[in-house]
Design a protein around this ligand. Structure first.
Ligand code: APR
Ligand code: MG
Ligand code: MG
Length: 195
């Protein structure tokens, strides 16, 4: 794979690395903001304990579980739901930059799973009520606004927040790859977010 991206198999061939898995859950929607602006897609991210935005998921215990079993365990803890994520949902993996010379070497895996709007609502409800990590490791689930408001807010403001690891790149790449947003609309939002 290109640009430092690793396939699942390539990533697992490295020894001496920890692995973390995160997933972008999303759906289509016909709902409108203020009765006129199409919302188009619901994409779930989360406000983390460290104040950064990220995708649900986390570290895998490689001696005990597969990547996908570890991801599903993390989703049960963070979202309070049993979701089935498979190898087919794996998008890519990357080496994470080391935060300190002594920090463990990490490979982060990214998955994408399309749900129905109903399933997304169930995830939101469970994550705020029954999820073990709610209010501790996870401060709340958030939806990504894909539109631009009259004063240039919406996606551009969302992108100006701080994100964990490579979560911002994972989001932007997914918007383009899955055609959830037109490239020109994304470029407009990015231009505004840098002002
Ligand atoms: N979203 C979140 N984290 C990501 C992402 C992403 N899209 N991409 C890469 N990462 C990296 C981050 O650097 C993060 O620290 O993966 C690492 C592990 O992911 P977490 O979700 O933070 O791990 P989790 O198992 O849920 O545990 C939460 O508890 O044990 C502590 O400090 C530990 O950060 C850990 C926390
Ligand atoms: Mg976790
Ligand atoms: Mg986590």
């Amino acid at each position: 794979m290109a640009n430092g991206q690793l396939s699942r198999a390539e990533a697992l061939a490295f020894s001496g690395y920890r692995h973390a898995c995160h997933v972008m859950l999303y759906s289509d929607t016909k709902s409108l903001l203020f009765g006129r602006t199409p919302i188009k897609h619901v994409i779930l991210m989360q406000m983390r304990f460290d104040g950064l935005l990220g995708f649900p998921g986390g570290f895998v215990n490689q001696s005990q579980e597969s990547l996908e079993a570890g991801l599903c365990r993390e989703l049960q803890e963070e979202l309070g739901v049993a979701l089935s994520i498979s190898e087919d949902d794996h998008v890519d993996a990357r080496h994470a930059p080391r935060t300190a010379p002594c920090s463990p070497r990490l490979i982060t895996h990214f998955y994408v799973k399309k749900l129905t709007e109903e399933q997304i609502k169930e995830v939101e409800q469970a994550s705020a009520s029954t999820a073990r990590d709610h209010g501790q490791e996870v401060l709340g689930m958030v939806r990504v606004p894909l539109y631009t408001t009259k004063n240039g807010g919406g996606l551009s403001s969302f992108l100006s927040h701080a994100f964990i690891g490579n979560a911002r790149t994972q989001l932007l790449d997914s918007l383009l790859r899955l055609r959830l947003l037109a490239p020109e609309d994304l470029h407009k939002a990015l231009k505004h977010s840098m002002k």
